[in-house]
Every structure is written in structure tokens, then in C-alpha cells.
Design a protein around this ligand. Structure first.
Ligand code: ZN
Ligand code: ZN
Length: 204
């Protein structure tokens, strides 16, 4: 799948799930219409820990308003999200609502528009790049299974929400790294070790 945000040079398919027609507006500034759709999510709507499953149903509501230079598109998209909790790594499911607003120009007016702006193709506009940017931006970077998720035990990796508040390792056999830290400063010892290693190599 091409990654470019540029519009493809091929003609838009009027039946595309994210292609909207502005024909009814007749390029009359002030003319507006609203449209709501349920569409299958395009591939690859995701960030590291969360994403919209491909083909999942996305609700889109848009308002298309003709202005002097083009058609102003304002809307929202609501999509299901699956991912994993950033603290305890348990699977989670939620949803995300993204808002967007973009001017689709009748004609590309400058070199900058050619690259970054959206331009109508005849009466049609391709909402996908705008929709995609808005949804990806709205995805949670650190999704949590619950706001107060206590995460994992730093020593044994147990889920603390399941292990309970009594979970601790006092009196138990300490993991090796913890023993090291208590013996002498863990970090200092590590550096000393490396220096010794270098000295040994010089001698040998
Ligand atoms: Zn969690
Ligand atoms: Zn533990």
C-alpha cells in the first residue's frame, strides 16, 4: 500500500467508501449538506499499542459546505479500538472519536497546495487522508485497561490488579539483580566491572 499522502493521479472511484460527492452544492457559496455513513475501516489505522481493526465499522458524519475557494468539510468519525494496556499489557477494547475539518479546493492554487492541501477531483472529494490523520492522531498512545491500573510487579511480572495489594516479595528469595543492588551500589559495581575488564585486556 503506497504510503504517500499525495492524491493518486488516478480518477477517484465515486463508489469509494470515503469518496463524497459535492455535486449537489453546485459551487454556490453557502450551500451545504450533511451526510452520515457507516464504512469499513481502512487498513493500518494504528499506533504502537492501539489501533482500529481493519474492516471494523466506522461511523462518519460530515457536513459539506461550499465556500468561495472550494468545499469545507467538517466532521467526526467514531471507530472501535483494540489494543493493550500500557501498564499491564492486558488486551483492551474501547472506541475513539476524531474530529476533522479540511478545505478541499476547487483548483490547486500553489505549489504548497499541490503537496499538502486537498483538492477536489471534479465534484468528488477523497476523505481518506483527512480521516486517516484525524483517527490516528486521536488514538491513545498509552491506553489503560482502567484509569487506576496498578500495572505489573517490577520483580515477578505478576498483574498487580489480580495479585492484590498484599503482593510483595519481602522475606522471599530475592531475584539476582536485587541481591546485587543490596550488596553494593548496582550501578557503580557495573562500571567497576567494565573498567576491570578493560584493564585485563591491556595486561593480556
Ligand atoms: Zn492494565
Ligand atoms: Zn511480584
Amino acid at each position: 500500500m503506497p504510503h504517500a499522502r499525495r492524491k493518486s493521479p488516478t480518477t477517484l472511484d465515486p463508489r469509494g467508501v470515503l469518496v463524497f460527492s459535492t455535486r449537489a452544492l453546485g459551487r454556490q457559496p453557502g450551500a451545504a449538506r450533511e451526510e452520515a455513513r457507516r464504512v469499513p475501516a481502512p487498513d493500518n489505522l494504528r499506533v504502537e499499542l492501539a489501533g482500529v481493526p481493519a474492516e471494523a465499522e466506522v461511523e462518519i458524519a460530515v457536513r459539506l459546505e461550499a465556500v468561495t475557494e472550494g468545499v469545507l468539510v467538517t466532521g467526526t468519525a467514531t471507530a472501535p479500538v483494540v489494543g493493550e494496556c500500557a501498564r499491564c499489557l492486558e488486551p483492551l477494547a474501547s472506541s475513539v472519536e476524531a474530529s476533522f475539518q479540511e478545505l478541499y479546493a476547487y483548483e490547486p492554487s500553489s505549489a504548497e497546495d499541490e503537496e499538502d492541501g486537498q483538492v477536489l477531483e471534479g465534484d468528488l472529494l477523497d476523505l481518506e487522508p483527512v480521516f486517516r490523520d484525524a483517527v490516528v492522531l486521536a488514538l491513545p498512545l498509552s491506553p489503560l485497561c482502567s484509569d487506576d491500573c496498578p500495572g505489573l510487579c517490577a520483580q515477578c511480572g505478576a498483574r498487580l490488579a489480580e495479585a492484590g495489594p498484599e503482593h510483595r516479595h519481602d522475606g522471599a528469595v530475592l531475584p539476582a539483580w536485587e541481591a546485587l543492588r543490596q550488596y553494593d551500589g548496582f550501578d557503580t559495581q557495573d562500571q567497576t566491572g567494565r573498567r576491570d575488564g578493560a584493564a585485563n585486556r591491556q595486561e593480556g
